[in-house]
Write a protein that binds this ligand. Structure first.
Ligand code: SF4
Length: 334
């Protein structure tokens, strides 16, 4: 158990957590909605600091990040717990906080040492919602940066501006999963709130974090062209038309085991809408899609990055440019 950041004292030894917009008021001996931030004698502690539950080396494409150091390796780390309660969660065993899944304790220094040993270019905070282990990832990130290792958040974006301002100056790239573009669906299916997430993304961007967006497409819920067009326009107007977008297929899971999967043709329809609306880099995930897994130059149409599943098989980008001269929104060491 580690003393927490982002909280204030309240009456009768209660504490108010300020890490995510739930702002949980937590009584002594109890935990917040995420299940991993506990009031111990009137003070807030993190139950997951130093306790990874999942730790693997992944291609960065698996996060998914397609425009940030393509072809590199990310040491990926997650704990248990989550601040949203998505009915369609694909990772619910971790998210719902089964503490027996925790591995041996590892300090931030040991995590960074492992990343170096495994020749990883970055450390990705992923699997469950990393915001809820903010203290741990912040300490890891500061040490990683001292050793020239990049840091990545794979996040639902449900975080307060105060916490963004503390954490994101230390984060190089983020994939933010915007799940719906109506507040009603957000509240009903995740317990989150749309506007808080959109505000947080803009706050992340102010700190120079490179952003890619994921949208899990769930048939009959968020596949309406009308809602989708609004979503695309928000991306264009706020993050820019060159923001990479990953359309991800839903497969039945957790409390939505009887809901139909997303078909390839449903993803293709939305892909075409996003393209017509002017987005330049759109990808399909969670489904076999060779043609929509590569990166093409938006100016001349040249193949820039060829991928096979999560492997980069060709990278024709030269110092951030296509051979036609168009600048490509890719962060790379090459
Ligand atoms: S991080 Fe956890 S404890 Fe804090 S406000 Fe969010 S859900 Fe509640």
């Amino acid at each position: 158990m580690e003393f927490g950041k982002w909280w204030v004292e309240d009456k009768e030894q209660k504490v108010r957590c300020k890490l995510c917009p739930h702002h949980c008021l937590i009584s002594p001996g109890k935990s917040g909605i995420c299940n991993v931030r506990k009031n111990n004698d009137g003070q807030l502690y993190s139950l997951v600091y130093g306790h990874p539950a999942a730790l693997n080396v992944d291609p960065i494409e698996k996060k998914p990040l397609y425009h940030f150091y393509p072809g590199s390796r990310a040491l990926s780390i997650g704990t248990v717990g989550c601040n949203l309660t998505c009915k369609f969660c694909q990772n619910w065993q971790l998210a719902r906080g089964e503490f027996r899944k925790q591995r041996q304790a590892m300090s931030p220094e040991e995590i960074v040492k492992l990343a170096r040993k495994k020749s990883c270019d970055s450390i990705a905070f992923t699997y469950n919602e990393p915001t809820i282990f903010g203290e741990y990832l912040l300490d890891i990130s500061k040490i990683a940066h001292q050793q020239d290792i990049k840091t990545i958040m794979v996040t639902n974006g449900f975080i307060t501006e105060e916490a963004v301002n503390d954490i994101y100056p230390n984060i190089d790239a983020a994939n933010v999963d915007i799940k719906f573009f109506t507040d009603e669906l957000y509240r009903e299916y995740t317990g989150g709130r749309l506007q808080a997430i959109l505000d947080a993304i803009l706050a992340m961007q102010k700190h120079g974090t490179f952003i890619e967006i994921t949208n899990l497409i769930i048939p009959e819920l968020n596949d309406s062209p009308k809602e989708f067009k609004k979503f695309i326009n928000w991306i264009k107007e706020n993050l820019g038309e060159e923001t990479p977008l990953h359309l991800s297929a839903f497969h039945p899971a957790y409390k939505m085991k009887d809901h139909p999967s997303t078909s390839k043709s449903q993803l293709d329809t939305l892909y075409e809408i996003a393209k017509e609306q002017g987005l330049k880099y759109i990808y399909e995930g969670n489904v076999r899609s060779d043609e929509h897994n590569n990166t093409y130059c938006p100016a001349c149409g040249n193949l820039l990055i060829e991928r096979s599943y999560f492997s980069v098989t060709k990278n024709n980008i030269k110092v951030g440019h296509c051979e036609c001269g168009k600048g490509i929104n890719v962060v790379d060491q090459h």
